[in-house]
Write a protein that binds this ligand. Sequence first.
Ligand code: ATP
Length: 416
Amino acid sequence: MVGLLDGLRAELPPDMFALLEEAADICHAKGWKLYIVGGRVRDLILRRPGLDIDLVIEGNALDLAKELAERHSAGLTAHQRFKTASIQFNNYSLDVVTARSESYTSPGALPEVVPGSLEDDLKRRDFSINAMAVSLNRSDFGTLIDPSGGRLDMEKGLIRILHPQSFSDDATRIFRAIRYEQRFGFNIEPKTLACLIEHKKYLATITPERLRYEFECIFREAFPEKALKRAGDLSVLSQVNDSFTFGCRESNWFKQARDICQPETPSFSLYLALTCSSFNQTEIQKLAARLSLTAGDFQILHEGNLLNSRLGLLDCAGLRASALYRLLSNYDQVAITACMITNSKPAVKKNLGYYLKTLQYIKPELDGHEVKLLGVPHGPRVGEVLQIVHDAKLDGLVKTRQDETSLVRNLISKNS
Ligand code: ATP
């Protein structure tokens, strides 16, 4: 199994791999044991690259992290209570945790944690494919430790929980199962699926912040629509909010959003606005509370809903650019983008696209100070004149600074 670590050596920057070897040497000297665990092991087997490495130590994670950080003058974030530490080293970070055992006192509560062995630590994990470790110890360097049959499940393409109460202990695993299933093109194993369906009601025990984090993770996937469609089909989304559905129409919108945002990826708020474009204001408020949305994200959903109800005004060709600007300039760009994607009327789409791509960036060259120098008296008239110049520029009636100056002079002479 040294092959797995060879894969890691090939994919990691050399200084990072050297840091892992150094960590293993420190542990050897102290009689501790060190392992790579979780998603990185899974991804090594799948040959998927990545820089996130989680280490579990049978020993003292804080001491190891401190020593490494001191030797390399690296950044260190330590959580004394959870006995975990994160080292920031040359632009990447390495997470080290002390092996632990967890138990859940009630569904959805955070687990009680006590120090334990590697086996205990692997048992507390979500799925067999995430419950494997690779040894970094001299005695068995590169050996895969796989007490739950994760390797075989990977070969069969299965997402399997480690015990029947897994989803009721921590219902965020429901979203995690769906996310991995869809990311890797696997299947949720039949008994796991039965537990998921039986225990999806426990999503009610999850705090808004943890629930929002699950949506953030889904929206960070390359194809979030796959996980959302599956969550919709399994009636998992409706556990979060009665109005939540997700079908082919929404999937299509997500693809369009990616095309529009290239080379960036769509933001959390854009994906969310597309997901709940048919919500009314009450439903938006309920969702915002359930996901503890930021004021900014809530505002985008709210504005998207308002704009949607006014889009009839844009369903015509030949609308004056200045009129279009006035209709849209108070709305957030993300809300406008969501409306452009979800609306099916060609004229509306075209008008929104024109605003987003072109109109919103057109500004007059003259500013208030210059307008006053040309002779407009100090006071509200300055703003009015600037507005007229801006409209004229939007409508293509003035093009150059010279044109703008002539327009202002004309206005002054008309007024005098
Ligand atoms: P990803 O590629 O999605 O980041 P990951 O496996 O690295 O995958 P993390 O969320 O970073 O995912 O979690 C790291 C590891 O911690 C997981 O592989 C899993 O072993 C464990 N883990 C994370 N969340 C849970 C959970 N809710 N319940 C049990 N174990 C979990």
